[in-house]
Ligand binder design. Structure first.
Ligand SMILES: [Zn+2]
Length: 169
């Protein structure tokens, strides 16, 4: 039976279920059939869509992972900071208990206890000058540190003038 090859249009002797003239045309033909099937069923679009969804899910998972790692890192950092702060506070507390005026001033200032702050300021200055064997000439807002009411007067002048001026003659 003479048949016409649907790929190249050549006539050939058809035998059985043979539809193409040669193996090359058969390959081209089955490729064509596959292509038509893909177009008819929307196969490639579906494949592309499912790959797109898969990629989106993967990058979402990656983002979540990175966010989790970032938060964990941040938590650890904060904890380290808190520990360091606590260590620092403890060390300062110890210095204060030993009578370190700078530590006492820091703590008083943090507590908003300015009366104690200026009292320790005075005591530190007097202790330092005594250790140097001399009298202090320091004044804050015009108030000499030797003044019995130094801390009260300093706070009053700060309230009145709103500034601090320390002078040493
Ligand atoms: Zn052919």
């Amino acid at each position: 039976m003479i048949m016409i090859c649907p790929v190249c249009g050549k006539e050939f002797e058809g035998k059985g279920r043979k539809r193409f003239c040669s193996p090359v045309c058969q390959m081209k033909g089955s490729r064509q059939t596959r292509k038509e099937w893909e177009q008819k069923t929307g196969y490639l679009e579906k494949l592309r869509e499912s790959r797109r969804i898969q990629r989106a899910e993967e990058s979402e998972a990656k983002r979540n992972e990175a966010e989790k790692a970032r938060k964990k890192h941040h938590r650890a950092e904060k904890q380290r900071d808190r520990r360091a702060e606590t260590r620092e506070q403890k060390a300062r507390q110890k210095r204060a208990e030993k009578g370190d005026y700078y530590a006492l001033m820091d703590i008083a200032q943090e507590d908003g206890d300015m009366l104690s702050y200026w009292k320790y300021y005075k005591l530190e200055e007097l202790a330092f000058c005594k250790s140097m064997g001399k009298d202090s000439t320091r004044k804050v807002n015009g108030i000499p540190v030797q003044d019995e009411d130094f801390e009260i007067k300093v706070i009053e002048t700060i309230k009145r003038f709103g500034e601090i001026q320390a002078t040493v003659k």
